[in-house]
Write a protein that binds this ligand. Structure first.
Ligand code: FPP
Length: 241
C-alpha cells in the first residue's frame, strides 16, 4: 500500500506577512515575494512530474483583512495573470480557478476566464488557484447545485454521486503542505483532504525552494497510506486472533 508516486500536491501558502516584517518591509512586499515562490514551486512540480498542484491563494475569510490589503491582493492577482499566463501556457500548464468567483469584479473575472480558456488543452501540470474559497462553502454550494440539478431522482446522496458537484473534479491531494508554522486546515478543501498526508514546515512561503519541496515529498514517500484499512503484514488469520 506504499505510494509509488505522488500526483497531486496542495499548499497553504502562509507567512508572507511575517517574511516582510522580518525584512523590515510592508506586507505587500511579502505578497510580491510570494508570487516568485509560486513560480519556483510550479517549475519544481513540473520537473518532478507532479500532475496537479492546488494553491490556496485567497480564502473566503481573507475579506476580513484591511481594505488596502484586500485591494492589493486583488490587483496582484490581475498583475500576475497578465505577467505569467503566457509563460505557463508555453510550459504546457493548465490553469484552473476554484472558489466563489461571483464576488470578483468583471475585469478580474475576464482575465481568469481568458487564462483558463487559453490553457484548457494543456497536459503538463494542472494548476488550481483557490480564490475566495472556503471548504464549507464548497460543500454547501455543491449540495445546493445537486438539489437544483434534480439529478438524484429519488436516490440517496452518496460520496460517488456527490463528488462531481464539488469545485475540484478528479483526484484529491496526496500531500498537503502548509508553510509558516501553523498546523491547521483553515477551511481548505475539507472534503478533498479527508485522506491527504499533512506536512507542516516553519519555512515562510517566500522562502520556499526546491529543497523544502523535496523534504515534504520525502516525508510523503515515507508514509504508508491505509485509507482506513490495515497493512497486509498486519493481517492475521482468524485462528491466531
Ligand atoms: C498568507 O500570508 C498569504 C496570503 C493570504 C496570500 C497568498 C497569495 C499570494 C502569494 C498571491 C496569489 C497569486 C495569484 C496569482 C492567485 P499571510 O499574509 O497570512 O502571512 P502572515 O501569516 O505571516 O501574516
Amino acid at each position: 500500500m506504499s505510494p509509488k508516486k505522488i500526483s497531486h500536491i496542495s499548499i497553504i501558502m502562509d507567512g508572507n506577512g511575517r517574511w516582510a516584517k522580518n525584512h523590515g518591509m510592508p506586507r505587500a512586499y511579502g505578497h510580491r515575494a510570494g508570487i516568485k515562490s509560486i513560480n519556483r514551486v510550479v517549475s519544481a512540480c513540473s520537473v518532478r512530474q507532479i500532475q496537479e498542484l492546488t494553491l490556496f491563494a485567497f480564502s473566503s475569510e481573507n475579506w476580513k483583512r484591511p481594505d488596502y490589503e484586500v485591494k492589493f491582493l486583488l490587483s496582484l492577482f490581475e498583475e500576475s495573470i497578465d505577467l505569467y499566463v503566457k509563460e505557463l501556457d508555453d510550459n504546457n500548464v493548465r490553469i484552473n480557478f476554484i472558489g466563489n468567483l461571483s464576488e470578483f469584479n468583471s475585469k478580474l473575472l475576464k482575465k481568469i476566464h481568458a487564462a483558463e480558456s487559453l490553457t484548457k488543452n494543456n497536459t503538463n501540470l494542472k494548476l488550481n488557484f483557490a480564490i475566495n474559497y472556503g471548504g464549507k462553502w464548497d460543500i454547501i454550494d455543491s449540495i445546493n447545485r445537486m438539489i437544483t440539478s434534480k439529478s438524484l431522482d429519488g436516490k440517496i446522496v452518496t460520496p460517488d454521486n456527490f463528488e462531481p458537484f464539488l469545485s475540484l473534479q478528479g483526484s484529491s491531494p496526496d500531500l498537503l503542505i502548509r508553510t509558516a508554522g501553523h498546523q491547521r486546515l483553515s477551511n481548505f478543501m475539507l472534503w478533498q483532504h479527508a485522506y491527504t498526508e499533512l506536512y507542516f514546515t516553519d519555512c515562510l512561503w517566500p522562502d520556499i525552494n526546491e529543497d523544502e519541496l523535496d523534504l515534504a515529498i520525502k516525508h510523503y514517500l515515507k508514509t504508508t497510506r491505509k485509507f482506513g484499512a490495515i497493512e497486509e503484514y498486519d493481517i492475521i488469520s482468524e485462528e491466531d486472533a
